[in-house]
Design a binder for this molecule. Sequence first.
Ligand SMILES: *Cc1c(COP(=O)(O)O)cnc(C)c1O
Ligand code: SF4
Length: 345
Amino acid sequence: MRYFIYNTTNSCNNKSSLEITENAESVAARYPVRLSDYYAGLIRVPDDPIWKQCIPDARELEDADQSPDPLEEETLSPVPGLIHRYPDRVVLLVSNRCPVYCRFCMRKRLVGSGDAPMTEAALQKALEYIAAHSAIHDVILSGGDPLMLDDASLSRILTGLRKIAHVAIIRIGTRVPVTLPARITSDLCSLLKKFHPLYVNTHFNHPAEITADSTAACALLADAGIPLGNQTVLLKGVNDSVEIMRDLMIGLLSIRVKPYYLHQMDLVRGTSHFRTSVRAGLEILRGLRGHISGMAVPQYVIDLPGGKGKVAILPDDFQVEGSILTIRTYTGELVTYQDITDLQE
Ligand SMILES: *Cc1c(COP(=O)(O)O)cnc(C)c1O
Ligand code: SF4
């Protein structure tokens, strides 16, 4: 068995907790381990989809030839904690903590190490940079998890951003509704709604994460007028089937979360046991489009190495010959379409 052995114990307050009992130290020393009681409580049996996402695995240490930062976020960082890859939008890494350290995290190199929120000085430097670059219209708070900050710290960051007139949109990327839904309080929502237009992109990977608690957390956010999107990572053994992905995407829509991206696993060191082929991802996408509400279909994206950006890819579903397109429908039928406009030009 490749997995480290954990004991699931039930203490008297009925919270489940997981305890490292056997040599997980070598993995944990390299990549921090952390579970919220809530998320650990979603594990039903060892090796289930929740377990796989949060329990360390010896294979995390096996792909040392991969880069820890293939997207070259460090190179694209003009000031510490800020990633500026696209002209009009930046990512601000405001916290390196999360309620759960996901074993597939693309920022494995950073999360949990040193447990350091962005310092006040670093925040000021980042705000100055954003203020000095008027092309930046969209600021994405990320980390780690921004909602691990207390309300006062969040308020300070958001107030700082809202003083910059050219910042039109603020986004928060967070897995807290999934891993620590109790953090989504009405106080937090009252605070966030002062900074509209503010979007939250959350991160559900499996239908088992859609619970009464995560549903309530999303409802609080949505009721504060915050549009909710979702980014799912395609994970081998967790959600790499059409059936699971359909359930997840439909389930998200029904809790008022709009699927946004389905990510091909980045080529990040320590995550290769989660990676599926792109072909498998395209087959899953083919199993979604047309079969379920178009509202529920995310874009399947590859974040290209070298910081080249995210590119959405689609199954190869049409061929062009002159002005005639042969298009494959969702049921597999081939239909020809005459591009009349093309003939007229
Ligand atoms: C993903 C990402 C963004 C946002 O991309 P969108 O396609 O607009 O969601 C911006 N900057 C960096 C560095 C990113 O990785
Ligand atoms: S919550 Fe997000 S940032 Fe934190 S460990 Fe999981 S994937 Fe990484």
